[in-house]
Design a protein around this ligand. Structure first.
Ligand SMILES: NC(=O)c1ccc[n+]([C@@H]2O[C@H](COP(=O)([O-])OP(=O)(O)OC[C@H]3O[C@@H](n4cnc5c(N)ncnc54)[C@H](OP(=O)(O)O)[C@@H]3O)[C@@H](O)[C@H]2O)c1
Length: 274
């Protein structure tokens, strides 16, 4: 039970990320009349939801009904779109709400200032949220009420796993590792698929996906460390050992990943300042 059924939700921005929450709310049997959306450019998917489920969608924060009293507000617009979205009408209807932001680079201090609301929580997540398998990081400060921590946790759990950090600075490295994580995994899948295609396997894409999926399920079922499972595949003098001798030579792949993620973390810090 997620204990969210009595809440009223207002989603600001139902693009890639916002729509994940809308769908997760519906899947978790939250009544459609408790879900309100502000989206200036509704996708076809959102229009279908609006029509079928009768969810109220407002085009603009200035046109939002004054009587909706949202208890939980999700900020899911792009960082550079936030200030324009915070109209006096929006600030007025959200002054008593819990505000959860997944906007990259907006600090909790800044969020509180611009929303004129001290009940703000900052989170970051990633795209597997769209299939309920997101990995989220949430940051509360000393003043966050216990009740709001629980509500935020329940809300973010709708789209996957939630982890808490005591240090807001960790948001940058989280963004580098886990925000971009799906892209690194897809890159690896793509490289293996290309090599497999070159070797003339017709079903390359599915074969690679199956190898990833199977390896992950095995990892979960064995409850062992990846490094030990890797050893099980690697027999002395065998083919895998030959490949790993290249990938791991002088910690090659490891160093490359460290370098790449350091750069992504640095970029996240730079973007925070824009
Ligand atoms: N994508 C990711 O992997 C990811 C992961 C974690 C967190 N985030 C964060 O999530 C936030 C949203 O990202 P996204 O990829 O979902 O962006 P997105 O697809 O562009 O979604 C934002 C939506 O909000 C709409 N919008 C902007 N200003 C508005 C306003 N004033 N009133 C009504 N609607 C408005 C946009 O319309 P227009 O299309 O017309 O601009 C767009 O449809 C970002 O801040 C990002 O940092 C993203």
């Amino acid at each position: 039970m997620n204990n969210l059924e009595k809440e009223i939700f207002l989603i600001l921005g139902a693009g890639n990320m916002g729509i994940c929450f809308v769908k997760a709310l519906i899947q978790n049997r939250i009544k459609a009349n408790r879900i309100k959306i502000i989206e200036k450019n509704p996708s076809r998917e959102l229009m279908v939801l609006k029509r079928k489920k009768k969810i109220e969608v407002f085009k603009d924060t200035k046109k939002v009904s004054t009587n909706i009293n949202p208890s939980i507000v999700l900020l899911a617009v792009k960082p550079n779109q936030l200030s324009k979205a915070l109209s006096s009408e929006f600030l007025n209807i959200t002054k008593n709400s819990l505000i959860i932001s997944i906007i990259a680079g907006k600090s909790l201090k800044e969020l509180k200032k611009v929303t004129k609301n001290s009940n703000c929580v900052r989170a970051m997540t990633n795209t597997p949220a769209s299939v309920g398998m997101g990995t989220s990081l949430v940051f509360y400060d000393r003043n966050t009420k216990q009740k709001n921590k629980k509500l935020s946790n329940n809300f973010l759990s709708l789209i996957g796993q939630v982890n808490e950090t005591k240090s807001e600075k960790q948001m940058d490295i989280f963004t580098a590792i886990f925000g971009g994580g799906p892209a690194y995994i897809y890159l690896f899948i793509d490289i293996l698929t290309q090599i497999s295609k070159k070797a003339k396997f017709k079903n390359s894409r599915n074969m690679v996906i199956q190898t990833f999926l199977g390896s992950l399920l095995l990892l979960l079922s064995e409850k062992d460390e990846p490094v030990n499972l890797k050893k099980k595949v690697t027999s002395k003098g065998g083919t895998t050992e030959s490949a790993l001798s290249i990938l791991e030579n002088n910690k090659g792949l490891n160093n490359l990943m460290q370098k790449a993620l350091k750069k992504a973390e640095q970029r996240s810090k730079e973007l925070n300042k824009i």
